[in-house]
Write a protein of this length. Structure first.
Length: 286
């Protein structure tokens, strides 16, 4: 059996009992190591599970699935994913490849940022399309994610923004020369994401703005290390959030839409300034 097992969001102990039972009896255990990270390393997982864990990078998952699933028709093979196994398209593709090979598979679910984002107080059923904000490069600054935020806001829906992760990336020069040299991991912070959003706001024509467009005073919610003991939540204006230090990764961002009074009260608990608290109080009065 080929198992895809969610690890949750915090540390080694967040795995479910069902998942842990599979890990301890599986012939091989892989840890997917590029769509997200835990707050603890591979060694902590191995200590808790009492067995070896093999890191599976993007190349292994996308190009060597035969090796990954070898012997899975006769033995249990476990593939560990931070959060929930089906939070990334890559893992759905693994299921399709397993089916093509005639293998049985089983998904063991766990908490992910998609449901744990409820920690900030905005109700899950009020979220629209989830979007990804990518690192801007010198000659590549896409804005399509901004327009998706506006579509959600037009509908009164909140937007969960997943922030870019760069794991085992190569420079163009090293890639072209075939040199296996990789850049250090990078994680887009909430403050960087807000600066990119603010740059888009400042570039867009003010005459064409609607009630759904973002402004420097739009309320934003940043979360960091959700599910961990040092989880952090901050509520600030878009402009303020550009300078808020959320600490170590991983970060996510929420752009609220229409808010129920209870949602507003919850956000006030995490306000970083009187300025944003006053904006939230004015929202309650409308």
């Amino acid at each position: 059996m080929f198992y895809l097992i969610g690890l949750g969001l915090g540390d080694a102990s967040d795995i479910t009992v069902k998942g842990l039972e599979v890990v301890r009896r599986a012939k091989r255990v892989y840890l997917e190591a590029y769509t997200s990270i835990l707050t603890v390393g591979k060694e902590a997982l191995e200590s808790f599970y009492g067995r070896e864990v093999i890191l599976a990078d993007r190349d292994m998952v996308e190009q060597s699935s035969d090796d990954l699933m070898a012997d899975a028709e006769e033995n249990d093979v476990a593939f560990l994913v931070v959060g929930d196994p089906l939070g990334a398209t890559t893992h759905t593709d693994l299921i399709l490849r397993a089916v093509e090979k005639g293998l049985e598979y089983c998904v063991i679910h766990n908490a992910s940022i998609m449901n744990a984002i409820g920690c900030c107080g905005l109700q899950l059923y009020n979220y629209g399309e989830t979007i990804s904000i990518v690192f801007w490069e010198k000659d590549w600054k896409p804005e399509s994610f901004y327009d998706k935020i506006l579509v959600n806001r037009e509908r009164g829906m909140h937007t969960l923004c997943l922030l870019d992760i760069k794991m085992k990336e190569q420079t163009i020069e090293n890639l072209m020369k075939g040199r296996p040299i990789y850049e250090p991991p990078r994680f887009l912070s909430a403050s960087q994401a807000c600066q990119q959003l603010l740059d888009i706001v400042n570039r867009r024509d003010d005459d064409k703005k609607t009630h759904s467009d973002l402004t420097p005073t739009t309320v934003c919610v940043a979360v960091a290390r959700v599910g961990a003991s040092d989880q952090k939540i901050a509520v600030a204006t878009l402009e303020e959030m550009c300078t808020v230090d959320m600490g170590n990764p991983l970060h996510s961002l929420v752009i609220p839409g229409h808010m129920h009074p209870l949602e507003v009260q919850m956000l006030k608990l995490f306000a970083v300034s009187d300025h944003v608290r006053n904006i939230l109080e004015a929202t309650e009065e409308r």
